[in-house]
Design a protein around this ligand. Structure first.
Ligand SMILES: Cc1cc2nc3c(=O)[nH]c(=O)nc-3n(C[C@H](O)[C@H](O)[C@H](O)COP(=O)(O)OP(=O)(O)OC[C@H]3O[C@@H](n4cnc5c(N)ncnc54)[C@H](O)[C@@H]3O)c2cc1C
Length: 426
């Protein structure tokens, strides 16, 4: 087995791993980043369709994503950002009800007038309260019921939690949901997308790493991690041994625990973090499903939670003027939906889309089954530390920044924070 030495090894080429590698390379370290997939970017990676790079899952930048903004500025993509005022629309029996601005609640017919008034109080609470930590141990279903009543909880929040977070409301902590709603209330309707596409940002961060002497190996999976050592398998199937005094793990904790040779000596928080798998289908069509960017289907229940109309955010997103959409379903790996073939899934989803838009046809579709789509942010979630108790090991990734939401902003921030900790201890 070949042996190579570096100052730092980074596992995972998602936004967190890339941000950490870039910062460490800027700090003068010889870094090597290992990424299992052929494309960098992790959950924010793109695929090629008819000459366009399209993100694998819907991706937008919000007004509050300040670290993503900083990266877009540094890499020359800020001035050409496309910003749109978008509507989040809830569909009930074929009728869309926007719920983006505070006044939308007054025309939100699925709730009774009394429930709407209670909802206003609820919205104001979410908007005004900044620190939600005190409610971390409070069950969200109970809190929502106290705020807006039982019927509204059952009709709106229970299905929404399952669709949007892949978790029953009873397992969600009020601290987490409250801080998410606080962020949404602050961002409201300003959503952006880089006109050059998201892949350009990922490519430019990667080029900056390499420009500073760092190395990146794609299609190379870390298969065994030890003290200062990482064994990896590349596209040719050959095993290579990498040695470094610092290892930054930017892969989901479940993966790290599986490939580490001393999992029992790692930080105990890691073993408590579980992920939720997701099926995401990206598809192109000449047919319009909805002019709105973000559509949540509440009733009747469909086999997917929402549809994002990517073209509403980025009109040039698809080739030759077609609409590009995303739909998604959270589904456990052993569920029939997750185990279905891509053809069956596309057919199943088509049936449901046609209940809303008869005669709908795809031009193309791509299905991604994502086993590690989001940590399940349940009651009592504990962040692993940046500096592991295991010698030379550091953690980075969205999973260690609860109660922040799972965004590129959070991942980039975490990568930068971890790199700073590494540099400080050099
Ligand atoms: C459906 C969906 C929609 C989203 N929408 C948005 C949005 O609109 N806006 C936004 O800002 N964010 C969005 N996000 C979130 C954003 O993409 C993630 O928060 C971010 O990518 C997480 O970055 P990360 O680096 O922490 O982890 P990841 O992106 O998960 O990166 C981990 C990397 O580790 C690699 N890896 C795993 N095992 C190994 C191994 N053994 N060896 C080497 N490499 C390995 C993986 O291939 C992956 O590239 C969305 C995510 C999803 C799933």
């Amino acid at each position: 087995m070949t042996e190579e030495r570096y100052d730092a090894l980074l596992l995972g080429g998602g936004p967190a791993g890339l941000a950490a590698a870039e910062r460490l390379a800027s700090g003068g370290m010889r870094v090597l980043l290992l990424e299992r997939e052929a494309e960098l970017g992790g959950l924010a990676r793109s695929f090629r369709q008819d000459g366009k790079w399209i993100p694998m899952t819907y991706h937008h930048v919000m007004g509050i994503d300040t670290v993503t903004h900083a990266f877009l500025k540094r890499f020359g993509m800020w001035d050409s950002m496309i910003w749109r005022r978008i509507k989040v629309v809830f569909w009930f029996h074929g009728r869309p009800y926007p719920l983006t601005q505070p006044w939308h609640i007054f025309t939100f017919r699925p709730l009774t007038p009394i429930e709407r008034l209670r909802f206003v109080r609820f919205g104001l609470t979410c908007y005004l309260r900044r620190d939600w930590h005190a409610l971390d141990a409070v069950r969200c279903d109970e809190w929502i019921e106290r705020m807006i009543g039982r019927r509204a909880r059952e009709a709106i929040f229970e299905p929404l939690a399952e669709m949007e977070f892949g978790t029953p409301l009873s397992a969600v902590s009020t601290g987490w949901l409250g801080s998410r709603l606080h962020e949404s209330a602050r961002n409201r309707d300003r959503y952006g997308y880089p006109s050059a596409d998201l892949k350009t940002l990922i490519d430019r961060i990667a080029a900056a790493i390499e420009g500073k002497g760092g190395q990146i190996m794609t299609e190379t999976a870390a298969v065994r991690v030890g003290r200062e050592t990482v064994e990896a398998v590349g596209p040719d199937g050959a095993r290579r041994l990498f040695i470094a005094p610092r290892i930054v793990s930017a892969v989901p904790p479940e993966i790290l625990l599986r490939i580490h040779e001393e999992p029992d000596r790692l930080d105990p928080e890691l073993a408590t973090i579980r992920y939720r798998p997701l099926i995401c289908m990206c598809f192109g069509s000449r047919h319009l499903i909805s002019p709105h960017y973000w559509n949540v289907f509440m009733a009747p229940p469909l086999r997917f939670g929402g549809i994002f109309n990517h073209t509403a955010l980025h009109p040039e997103g698809g080739a030759s003027g077609e609409y590009v959409y995303y739909l998604f379903s959270y589904a456990d790996e052993d569920s029939p939906l997750y185990r279905a073939s891509d053809e069956d899934l596309a057919e199943t989803y088509l049936e449901d889309i046609r209940t809303m838009r008869p005669g709908f046809e795809y031009l193309w579709h791509r299905i991604f089954k994502i086993p590690y789509s989001t940590p399940r942010y349940g009651l009592g979630y504990r962040n692993p530390p940046v500096v592991s108790r295991y010698p030379g090991l550091y953690h980075a990734g969205v999973y260690r920044r609860y109660p922040c939401t799972r965004t590129m902003h959070t991942a980039l921030l975490s990568g930068c924070e971890t790199a700073e900790a590494v540099l400080k201890r050099r």
